[in-house]
Design a protein around this ligand. Structure first.
Ligand SMILES: *[C@@H]1O[C@H](CO)[C@@H](O)[C@H](O)[C@H]1NC(C)=O
Ligand SMILES: *[C@@H]1O[C@H](CO)[C@@H](O)[C@H](O)[C@H]1NC(C)=O
Ligand SMILES: *[C@@H]1O[C@H](CO)[C@@H](O)[C@H](O)[C@H]1NC(C)=O
Length: 190
């Protein structure tokens, strides 16, 4: 079992060498890429990082952009919408190495509990994923232990990606609404 895992990991390491440097992103390049698709192998890639959602601070990374007229009478903050540009880091510490950003919108979309509509792009800025993106469209009940959200697509090395992102709160504060969230992502792509 262990040697199988090792071989799989080696296989992954060997097959996931391409980067957006060298990837032709012109319309012609994209056409060529699609033409080769029938011969392309599906790869599985796993990503792990921490997402820093800072609402209350001198320099917040998530800012309220809309609300309903009764949002603040609602126990679930229904109608509150924030735009974020949140750092993604390798470790939970905010000053640990940044590997990308989470840019997008989340809105409080549930009357029943705190349930967010998440629409965001993960922009990777490091190493072999630099310049590639993944898009999440999901439902996020932030007080549940694990929140599973679909990866609905990607760009660069993640073209046509599909997968699952699992979010788990690492630390959160109900007063400031600041949170550090651990993400595990599993993807299939070419
Ligand atoms: C809030 O908005 C709803 C729907 O537009 C409207 O019917 C209601 O009168 C508004 N309430 C207040 C307090 O402005
Ligand atoms: C990522 O790519 C950009 C644009 O190509 C480049 O300027 C930057 O130095 C790269 N960053 C890393 C960490 O490789
Ligand atoms: C924060 O609020 C949630 C939802 O109301 C609650 O379940 C949780 O216990 C609160 N956490 C703390 C530390 O008060």
């Amino acid at each position: 079992m262990e040697s199988f895992l090792l071989v799989s990991l080696l296989f992954l390491a060997i097959t996931i060498l391409p980067s957006t440097h060298g990837l032709d992103q012109s319309p012609k390049g994209v056409d060529k890429w699609f033409k080769k698709l029938p011969h392309a192998k599906v790869k599985m890639t796993k990503l792990h990082f921490y997402f820093h959602d800072t609402v209350t601070a001198k320099n917040p990374s998530a800012i309220q952009i809309a609300q309903a007229n009764n949002t603040f009478q609602s126990p679930t903050l229904f109608g509150l919408v924030r735009m974020m540009d949140n750092p993604l880091t390798v470790k939970p510490e905010p000053n640990s190495k940044e590997i990308g950003r989470a840019q997008g919108i989340y809105g409080f979309a549930s009357f029943e509990d705190i349930g967010l509509l998440m629409t965001l792009n993960l922009l990777f800025t490091d190493g072999k994923y630099n310049g590639s993106t993944l898009s999440i469209l999901g439902h996020n009940q932030i007080f549940h232990e694990y929140r599973e959200m679909p990866i609905v697509g990607g760009s660069g090395v993640f073209r046509l990606a599909q997968g699952v992102a699992t979010a788990k709160t690492y630390s959160g504060d109900n007063t400031t609404q600041n949170a550090i969230v651990e993400y595990h992502v599993v993807l299939l792509h070419y």
